[in-house]
Ligand binder design. Structure first.
Ligand SMILES: Cc1cc2nc3c(=O)[nH]c(=O)nc-3n(C[C@H](O)[C@H](O)[C@H](O)COP(=O)(O)OP(=O)(O)OC[C@H]3O[C@@H](n4cnc5c(N)ncnc54)[C@H](O)[C@@H]3O)c2cc1C
Length: 453
């Protein structure tokens, strides 16, 4: 039997989080190996080439903001193209079978009464942000919010109507999760940690003001810097461990290290047999930390025809027709390019269909919003992330009621030789590419601090 490959630390997962953790360790003089199940790096960032556009497009993470400091630094380091979000013109809102248009900063079609209720509910949400302590799992308010789903909380503060529907969109829009399956505390603290929904949805100066053309290039750049330390097509299949040593069996041989960082979702960790088993609290946590659902389409047209109608391509829906659509053509395009997101409930309209059905569902919604020209694209790309063996859902894992108050304090604590990364481990920008980097950095710091003792 071949000798195991030996390193100080093994990182499982070559997404942004795992690669960033490995880079920090390598730069500090530690030896590392990053094991990646797929034959590519980047995880939930995936940037195929568009022959029509002559550049890369994004089927996963794409929007950045200057407050995503780590991500922004890497985007500059690896020279990934960044474009301002196009916003000139009206946006569209689909509500049931009706389509409304109106300026950015409004929800087109919403009555004055519903808008007042919506604004009031936002005030309540921001008051909860203030009232929760820095450790969001502590105190009576946290306990109350963790006993209910986000859906129950919204129903408590808003009567039926378009305002309630709009607030119920948030879990799908930001975390690909249904409002009735996520803890109110978990969702609210995630929104708070990402700057709040006003900042997150702001396409002019906030969280959606800039997008990349080829986010996967950040991971590819880090993998180049890690040189021969990244092992593709190397899924971790079995883990044998003591307090001081770990051996990992993969499809490409054995790896041994003093420490391991898991930079993949708990659902993926759960598929790996551990010998001996992980302690019960950690195993039970992984069982209660499932993935959401995100599907994303990129559709390329001969021209950005919606701009000719005074539309900026920004589409939302309060009734679950889609999560959002945005124009990613750039400032002065020849061709037109749109993305359409189907997350949480909206993904259930698309995911169960066959390929032809998925395509006609996506194009059908776009034609309802932008006009019949939407039915004749030059290119159509769709990534249903829940179909992916090594993602198994999408965006970011989330916690069901009762878990954050129970496990919050221990979430990032190491267990024997094991450390935990991935965007779901971040306190700030959880569910974002920035959160993935922050969590990778935190796991690397834990290891560097332990090595100094
Ligand atoms: C459709 C969509 C749109 C998004 N939009 C944005 C956006 O606009 N802005 C933003 O900031 N973020 C966005 N995100 C979220 C962002 O892409 C993710 O938060 C981030 O990329 C997660 O990185 P990660 O390293 O934590 O996890 P992942 O990218 O999931 O990486 C985990 C890696 O582990 C590997 N792996 C799993 N199991 C094993 C195993 N047993 N052995 C070895 N390897 C394994 C996987 O193959 C994967 O490569 C979006 C996500 C999606 C899906």
């Amino acid at each position: 039997m071949n000798e195991a490959v030996r390193r100080d630390t093994i990182v499982i997962g070559a997404g942004l989080s795992g690669l960033y953790a490995a880079l920090q360790l390598k730069e500090a003089g530690h030896s590392v190996a990053v094991l990646e199940a797929r034959d590519r790096v980047g995880g939930l960032t995936l940037s195929p080439h568009s022959p029509t556009l002559g550049r890369r497009i994004d089927l996963g993470g794409q929007w950045v903001s200057k407050s995503h400091m780590r991500m922004y630094r890497l985007v500059e380091r690896y020279a990934v193209p960044v474009r301002r979000q196009f916003v000139t013109g009206d946006r569209v809102c689909i509500h049931d079978d009706k389509t409304f248009r109106g300026p950015m900063g409004t929800i087109p079609g919403m009555s004055k009464t519903d808008w007042a209720a919506y604004t009031e509910a936002f005030k309540t949400l921001y008051q909860v942000f203030e009232a929760l302590p820095a450790n969001p799992w502590e105190g009576d308010l946290a306990a109350r919010l963790d006993r209910m789903t986000y859906d129950s909380w919204v129903r408590e503060i808003l009567p039926p109507g378009m305002a309630r529907d709009a607030l119920l969109r948030l879990p799908g829009a930001y975390y690909g999760v249904m409002p009735e399956e996520v803890s109110a505390l978990e969702l609210i603290q995630k929104l708070r940690g990402c700057g709040g929904p006003r900042f997150m949805s702001d396409v002019e100066t906030g969280g959606m003001s800039e997008h990349l053309w080829g986010a996967q290039a950040v991971s590819e750049g880090m993998a180049r810097d890690l040189e021969e330390d990244v092992f593709l097509g190397t899924p971790a299949r079995r883990v044998t461990w003591t307090e001081k040593a770990v051996e990992i069996e993969t499809d490409a041989g054995r790896f041994a290290a003093r420490r391991v960082i898991f930079a993949c979702s708990p659902a993926m960790i759960q598929q790996i047999p551990f010998s001996p088993a992980l302690p019960a609290p950690r195993r039970l946590l992984h069982q209660r930390f499932p993935n959401g659902r995100n599907s994303k389409a990129v559709i390329v047209y001969d021209r950005p025809f919606w701009r000719e109608k005074g539309l900026n391509g920004h589409v939302i829906s309060t009734s679950g027709a889609l999560t959002a659509a945005l124009d990613i053509s750039g400032a002065d395009p020849g061709h037109g390019a749109m993305i359409a997101l189907f997350s949480g409930k909206a993904s259930l309209r698309v995911d169960p269909l066959d390929p032809a059905g998925r395509r006609s569902a996506v194009l059908g919604v776009l034609s309802q919003a932008l006009g019949p020209e939407a039915l004749a694209p030059l290119e159509f790309h769709l990534q249903v992330w829940a179909d992916e063996e090594w993602s198994g859902g999408a965006s970011s894992p989330f916690m069901v009621p009762g878990q954050l108050t129970q496990y919050g304090a221990a979430l990032r604590a190491s267990v024997g030789p094991f450390h935990w990364a991935g965007t779901h481990m971040a306190l700030e920008f959880r569910g974002y590419m920035e959160g993935a980097l922050a969590a990778g950095e935190a796991a690397a710091r834990q290891i560097l601090a332990a090595a100094e003792i």
